[in-house]
Design a protein around this ligand. Structure first.
Ligand SMILES: *[C@@H]1O[C@H](CO)[C@@H](O)[C@H](O)[C@H]1NC(C)=O
Ligand SMILES: *[C@@H]1O[C@H](CO)[C@@H](O)[C@H](O)[C@H]1NC(C)=O
Length: 274
C-alpha cells in the first residue's frame, strides 16, 4: 500500500468537511475547526475546493458556474478491501498505535494525523435525524444503504464522471450547463464521501430533510465534459449560520436552498423504484 498515494487523498479533507458541515449542521463545528487547523487544510474563503456550491435557479441551460472538480485517478486511489480483509483490521481510535505499526507510519506523520482524523470522524455520534456509517468495504456500504432504504430495495449509484480525460490541469473551471438538468426522483439518498485512510473508507450518511437530486451535463470552453451529480438541500434553516456555502453563494444565511455538486470520488446511492 503506497503511502504517497494515501497522502494525496488528504486534499479532499477540506471539501469533505464542507460537505459534512453542510449536512450535519452546527453540532460538530468545533471539532471540525480543530481538526482542520491541525491538518492545516482549513476551509476558508481562499480554498478553491469550496467552489462546489450553487443556487437552485442556476440549474438552467447556458448558466455558467465556477466548479472545483478534481478528476479521479483510480490507480492513485486507496484500494477497496473485501469485507473479510476489512474486518480483520481493527478500525478504532483506541487501536491507533497498533494500526500505525501495521501500516508503518510514524506517530507524527501526516498519514498518522489523517488516520486519527478519520477514525474520530467515524466515531462521532449522528446528529438528530441523521443516519451515518463509515464503510470499510463495498459490502458494508451496500448493507448500510439497504438498511436505510429497506432490505429488499434495489440500489442505483450516481457519481460525477468526466466523459473524457480533462484537458485542463486546473481543477477549478467555469462549467456551463449544457442540457436541462435531470431530476432523479428518490425518496431517500445515501451520500458516501471518501475519508483519508490507507485503504478506501467512505463516510456515508442519510438525512430525512427534503433534498432534490440532479444529474447535470456540464461543459467547459476547452471541451471538457462532465456528467455531474448534484443535490439541493431545500431547507437550510438549521444550518450553521457561518456555513461556508452562504459565503460562497453570497446569500443570507438559512434563507434559501443550497445545492452542491458531488466530487468525482463520492458515491450517491438511491433506491430503485419498486
Ligand atoms: C495516476 O496515478 C498513478 C499512480 O500514482 C500515476 O502513475 C499516473 O501517472 C496517474 N495518472 C494520471 C492520468 O494522472
Ligand atoms: C470564470 O468566468 C468569470 C467571468 O468571465 C471570470 O472572471 C473567472 O475568472 C472565470 N473563472 C475561472 C476559474 O476560469
Amino acid at each position: 500500500m503506497g503511502s504517497s498515494d494515501f497522502v494525496c487523498w488528504c486534499i479532499s479533507i477540506s471539501l469533505l468537511l464542507a460537505l459534512m458541515s453542510a449536512q450535519a449542521g452546527y453540532a460538530r463545528k468545533i471539532t471540525h475547526r480543530q481538526d482542520m487547523e491541525e491538518s492545516s487544510m482549513a476551509v476558508h474563503n481562499m480554498d478553491p475546493s469550496v467552489n462546489i456550491y450553487f443556487k437552485i435557479n442556476d440549474l438552467n441551460i447556458g448558466k455558467t458556474i465556477p466548479v472545483y472538480l478534481p478528476s479521479k485517478n483510480l490507480s492513485a486511489s486507496p484500494h477497496l478491501l473485501s469485507r473479510e480483509e476489512a474486518n480483520s483490521i481493527p478500525f478504532s481510535s483506541k487501536n491507533l498505535p497498533q494500526l500505525l505499526d501495521f501500516f508503518s507510519f510514524s506517530k507524527d506523520s501526516t498519514q498518522a494525523k489523517a488516520m486519527e482524523y478519520t477514525l474520530k470522524q467515524c466515531e462521532l455520534e449522528p446528529i438528530k435525524g441523521e443516519t451515518r456509517f463509515c464503510a470499510t468495504s463495498l459490502e458494508s456500504m451496500l448493507d448500510f444503504a439497504r438498511s436505510v432504504f429497506g432490505l429488499d430495495s434495489g440500489l442505483k449509484v450516481l457519481t460525477t464522471t468526466f466523459l473524457k480525460k480533462p484537458t485542463s490541469v486546473n481543477f477549478l473551471q467555469n462549467y456551463t450547463v449544457l442540457d436541462m438538468p435531470k431530476q432523479i426522483s428518490a425518496s431517500r439518498m445515501v451520500a458516501c464521501h471518501t475519508l483519508p485512510y490507507p485503504y478506501a473508507v467512505f463516510y456515508c450518511h442519510s438525512q430525512k430533510s427534503e433534498n432534490r437530486l440532479f444529474q447535470v451535463s456540464l461543459g467547459t470552453e476547452n471541451g471538457d465534459r462532465v456528467e455531474a451529480s448534484a443535490v439541493c438541500h431545500m431547507y437550510t434553516s438549521q444550518w450553521d449560520i457561518d456555513h461556508v456555502s452562504f459565503r460562497v453563494l453570497k446569500i443570507k444565511p438559512r434563507s434559501s436552498p443550497v445545492c452542491h455538486f458531488f466530487p468525482p470520488d463520492n458515491l450517491v446511492w438511491v433506491p430503485l423504484p419498486a
